[in-house]
Ligand binder design. Structure first.
Ligand SMILES: *Cc1c(COP(=O)(O)O)cnc(C)c1O
Length: 452
């Protein structure tokens, strides 16, 4: 019988994360404060612990993973690398399709890979409480779980529309002991400002970030955690690609192209960056690393490469990244984890420099791909992951047309067990495609901060 599942033992969980900054052609640009100068560590220390800030700015290639973190990782890691032979057969493609299954974590996605070390380092410096935001609930549940592992209190500002539509994600966070508030709230200046202007606001990720950051900045016992975008988050997520490399060695194969869904870029960076070193060194010049985003929130494919705020109200430092403008309001698509106006500065830079690529796919086609995958491989994927599956299937169909036996890898970033209402809408024909109008993008790009 042909092997389709490539597993590692617990002792093979990587001992170090990989920091791509050591190997890329140009150094990353620093975040800037309101005065237009690089943000000093003092300001960042109000909301992040020292060890995380060191990682954020580090140029070291390998960063050790603390034993306490590896001990929690072993609850679900190493995650399996699977060859999707039944999907290959269903497509009739000569391509070999592999996926890394990050849906096996307690919270059901890749996000605990960074939530756990973030909780650990905060605990280490004596922090008692953590604040964060969540859109669809994946990040909030990961932080709730991680806080529980280290005995920290967690308060989650959850985008109001998701709070109402995803009650079970909320109960999951409560099961792990977190407090969940519907954002905008009247507890922060940022929230009160939004409510005064828009009393019926559905909330947005940007607003929830403003609330969580404001609270953390105002309390010495409290820090803030971000689930994507920043360098340290991508660093922690490289465990995905590092494991995948070992698994491909066992499989006696190597990817020609890697697809990952891309919201803030952490899971895409996590699977792709450990393979980028070879490409940057000229060893695998034809390897393609492709971020897949929705046509309704086309940051990398249609945004501007410019300095912008990370949140909606201009509370955070500005970062050089692809952005649709910080006050861009993405439509209520069903891949909540991909509704972010900006993108990781590292991924943005590498796309800008041509070492990585990006494509955008429409919503209905992503669900078609997800259903095809579920019927072949059994796993019901998260709507975010369906974006990578769509792109992987399209590539496999191109291989069918040309006869090329390429090796395709995609990141199955999560399962879709909390997203069945979205599948329902797809089955009843109620899902729509939405291409963001160019004028609307131009309009929100007019509000970018001015930088010399
Ligand atoms: C959050 C999320 C994403 C997108 O976030 P990134 O930081 O871009 O990885 C993708 N898939 C799932 C299942 C998610 O929960």
């Amino acid at each position: 019988m042909q092997a389709t599942r490539f597993v590692l033992e617990q002792h093979e969980i990587p001992t170090h994360w990989y920091n791509v900054v050591a190997d890329i052609p140009n150094p990353p640009l620093p975040p800037l404060g309101p005065d237009g100068k690089p943000v000093g560590p003092e300001q960042m220390l109000a909301i992040f612990p020292g060890p995380i800030l060191e990682q954020e700015m580090s140029g070291e290639r390998w960063i050790p993973i603390p034993d306490e973190v590896r001990e929690i990782y072993r609850l679900w890691r190493p995650s399996p690398l699977m060859r999707a032979v039944r999907l290959e057969q269903a497509l009739g493609t000569p391509a070999r399709i592999y996926y890394k299954n990050e849906g096996v974590s307690p919270a059901g996605s890749h996000k605990p890979n960074t939530a756990v070390p973030q909780a650990y380092y905060n605990k280490q410096v004596g922090i008692k409480r953590l604040t964060t935001e969540t859109g669809a609930g994946q990040w909030g549940s990961s932080m709730a779980f991680a806080g529980q592992m280290f005995g920290l209190e967690v308060r989650v500002y959850m985008v109001k529309v998701s709070y109402q539509q995803k009650p079970f994600r909320r109960s999951m966070m409560q099961t792990w002991g977190a407090e969940v508030l519907a954002s905008p709230t009247d507890r922060t200046q940022a929230g009160r400002g939004i409510l005064a202007a828009h009393p019926d606001s559905d909330g947005s990720l940007g607003i929830a970030i403003s609330e969580a950051v404001e609270e953390a900045a105002g309390r010495p016992d409290t820090n803030y955690c971000l689930g994507s975008v920043l360098n340290h988050v991508l660093l922690h997520q490289t465990i995905i690609g590092l494991e995948a490399r070992k698994q491909f060695e066992k499989a006696g194969d190597w990817p020609d192209v890697i697809f990952g869904p891309c919201g803030g870029g952490s899971s895409f960076g996590g699977i792709a960056l450990p393979f980028l070193a070879d490409k940057a060194a000229g060893k695998t010049p034809n390897l393609r690393l492709v971020a897949v985003e929705p046509t309704s929130c086309p940051t990398l494919t249609r945004g501007a490469y410019a300095y912008d705020y990370g949140d909606a109200t201009g509370y955070t430092p500005i970062m050089k990244m692809y952005t649709l403008g910080h006050d861009f309001m993405p439509p209520g698509i069903h891949a909540g984890g991909l509704r972010y106006h900006g993108d990781s500065p590292l991924v943005s830079q590498l796309v800008h420099e041509g070492l990585m690529e990006a494509v955008a796919v429409p919503q209905v086609a992503t669900f078609e791909a997800g259903v095809l995958f579920a019927r072949a491989e059994g796993i019901v994927p998260a709507p975010e992951s369906c974006h990578a599956i769509r792109a992987a299937i399209d590539e496999a169909l191109r291989c069918k047309a040309t006869g090329e036996p390429k090796t395709i890898l995609f990141n199955l970033t999560g399962h879709g067990h909390f997203d069945m209402a979205s599948y329902d809408r797809f089955f009843s024909g109620k899902l729509e495609d939405f291409d963001y109008p160019a004028e609307a993008i131009q309009e929100s790009l007019r509000h970018l901060p001015k930088v010399d």
